[in-house]
Design a protein around this ligand. Structure first.
Ligand code: SF4
Length: 119
């Protein structure tokens, strides 16, 4: 990866982070959902999606454990927006929240906060 494109240790490139930010903001508006009241959660989930997009070519859900990530990408069930989100508006990562969720905030645009992923 190009050095200038590095946002920090264990972070995705600017290009992939911005692509996933844009996706999340657009999808929140389209699905009538909101980001979490704690923006560090939203930032970290978008980072995880961006890293998967970078490593695997698809935004595999970052909040699950997979035996075989490549196989999961092909399976498509957990590619964001996953099937539970598309069918029932269930996002267990707390990225897209319905208005009745106790953790819901009011934003559909990311107020990015500094999060370190050193380990
Ligand atoms: S639970 Fe589904 S909608 Fe939520 S971040 Fe993961 S893949 Fe995306």
């Amino acid at each position: 990866m190009n050095q200038e494109d590095k946002r920090g240790k264990n972070k995705a490139s600017v290009k992939n982070f911005e692509a996933m930010r844009k996706f999340a903001e657009t999808y929140a508006k389209r699905s009538d959902t909101y980001f979490c009241s704690d923006p560090s959660i939203t930032t970290a989930v978008i980072e995880g999606l961006a890293k998967h997009k970078e490593e695997l070519g698809a935004p595999l859900c970052p909040c699950r454990f997979y035996e075989d990530k490549e196989a999961e990408v092909k399976n498509t069930y957990w590619n964001c927006p996953c099937v539970p989100m598309r069918e029932r508006k269930e996002c267990h990562c707390l990225l897209f929240l319905t208005a009745d969720n106790p953790f819901v905030g009011t934003a559909q645009e990311l107020a990015e906060v500094a999060v370190d992923y050193d380990s």
